[in-house]
Write a protein that binds this ligand. Structure first.
Ligand code: SF4
Length: 412
């Protein structure tokens, strides 16, 4: 069934373009945005620095975040995105499978984890894990697998799981295990981080997601996720992955108890590591979602703040190529605005995702890429499907282009 869907939505032939044929800017000429006269001298000077292609400091990032009006900030970030990718907006066809919700930690913001004896605790066997993928296997190009820190699963369990995955789905890329999961695996398997990642790579791991970064300032981590890896450990694990030629993503959870300064320090730490390794593919900022999890003191991010963070990410992270609108977290409406505020990538055709939904997200699952293309086109973008590591692309093509902005047509 899934194969039929692919033909229906993309047309044929099914052909990737490679990076070389994706011209920077995609033929679109961007005009440098004019800055409004009402800006303060500080904000104007910083934005002129950005528009001249120079890097700004943590202090300047804080000033922009707190003092620049949102339309100007978004416009500048959008301009930077347009100069790099034109109207192209990237997505991929992925499936999220959470292998277990059992976790030995209890991060304060987490609504997903369960103790091993909880009634709704689950741990997928290798076969159950493969079975979750099967219905989507002809449609997707990537599986994204993260979960809790299971007390009994060591490196051998994951080696078996990843090898079985690659035997059954050799053409699907495996993006799996956050930095803290890797640290946990290394500890219970009595291995170094390098040995752990090497073994996972040899068993089929293709890339590592960015989850768990939260805020890379330890005084904040002590409040929201005590016991998790330290800021330094997060960065070190990603650095080792990059050295082993495993690309990774990086994230930021904001809107808990951090300040603007903490957010900019976080971006700066990622930027410094990226200068050294160039191993980060994509940055994914997402706000804390209020709900059944346990962090009553969280300040919560407004829509304005979410768009500011997307814009600041594009402006500050001048060396991380892709900024993602994570629609499973921020919803389709804010995601579409994020695409006008510097994001060039939108989380793909996610078909099964639990962590964000347990934490209160209402974005519909099982969207197919036609829906995603509609969202992208609604803000003037061109939907471009990518593979996991952003090395191959193809434009989305409709068999039947929509008329009338998707509204029902009046019969003639
Ligand atoms: S965020 Fe991850 S490490 Fe923390 S409690 Fe939840 S599942 Fe466990």
């Amino acid at each position: 069934m899934c194969g039929d869907l692919r033909q229906m939505q993309l047309g044929s032939p099914f052909q990737w373009r490679d990076t070389a044929s994706l011209s920077p800017g995609d033929g679109v000429t961007s005009t440098i945005p004019s800055l409004p006269a009402s800006l303060s001298n500080d904000v104007r000077t910083i934005l002129e620095t950005v528009l001249s292609g120079q890097r700004i400091s943590v202090r300047e990032g804080v000033i922009l975040h707190n003092e620049c009006d949102l339309p100007t900030l978004s416009n500048v970030a959008y301009f930077l995105k347009q100069t790099r990718y034109g109207n192209s907006i990237f997505y991929n066809r992925n499936l999220h499978v959470n292998q277990t919700n059992v976790c030995v930690l209890a991060c304060k913001f987490c609504a997903f984890r369960r103790g091993i004896k909880a009634d709704d605790a689950y741990s997928l066997s290798v076969q159950e894990y493969l079975d979750r993928i099967e219905p989507f296997s002809e449609f997707i190009t990537e599986v994204h697998t993260v979960g809790g820190l299971h007390p009994d699963w060591d490196i051998e369990h994951y080696q078996e799981m990843f090898k079985a995955f690659k035997i059954q789905y050799p053409n699907i890329s495996l993006k799996a295990l956050t930095a803290v999961e890797i640290k946990h695996l290394a500890e219970i398997s009595n291995l170094s981080i390098t040995e752990t990642i090497s073994r996972l790579k040899n068993s089929g791991l293709n890339s590592i997601p960015g989850g768990g970064a939260e805020i890379l300032v330890d005084e904040i981590r002590d409040i929201i996720c005590k016991g998790k890896e330290s800021s330094e450990e997060y960065l070190e694990i990603h650095k080792i992955a990059h050295q082993l030629e495993i690309p990774t993503n990086c994230t930021m959870l904001f809107g808990t108890v951090e300040s603007t300064l903490h957010r900019m320090i976080h971006l700066d730490k990622l930027r410094i590591l990226q200068d050294e390794t160039s191993g980060f593919q994509c940055f994914v900022p997402y706000p804390y979602l209020p709900d059944s999890s346990r962090l009553p003191e969280a300040q919560l991010a407004t829509g304005n703040e979410i768009l500011r963070m997307i814009s600041l990410a594009r402006i500050m992270l001048d060396n991380i190529p892709h900024i993602k609108a994570y629609r499973m977290n921020i919803g389709d409406k804010i995601s579409s605005l994020a695409l006008l505020s510097g994001a060039d990538d939108i989380d793909g055709t996610v078909s099964h995702e639990e962590i964000m939904h347990l934490a209160g997200s209402t974005t519909p699952l099982n969207d197919l890429d036609v829906d995603l293309a509609t969202l992208i086109e609604s803000v003037g973008g061109v939907a471009v499907e990518r593979n996991t590591d952003y090395t191959q692309f193809r434009n989305f093509r409709r068999n039947n282009p929509p008329d009338n902005n998707g509204l029902p047509m009046i019969p003639s």
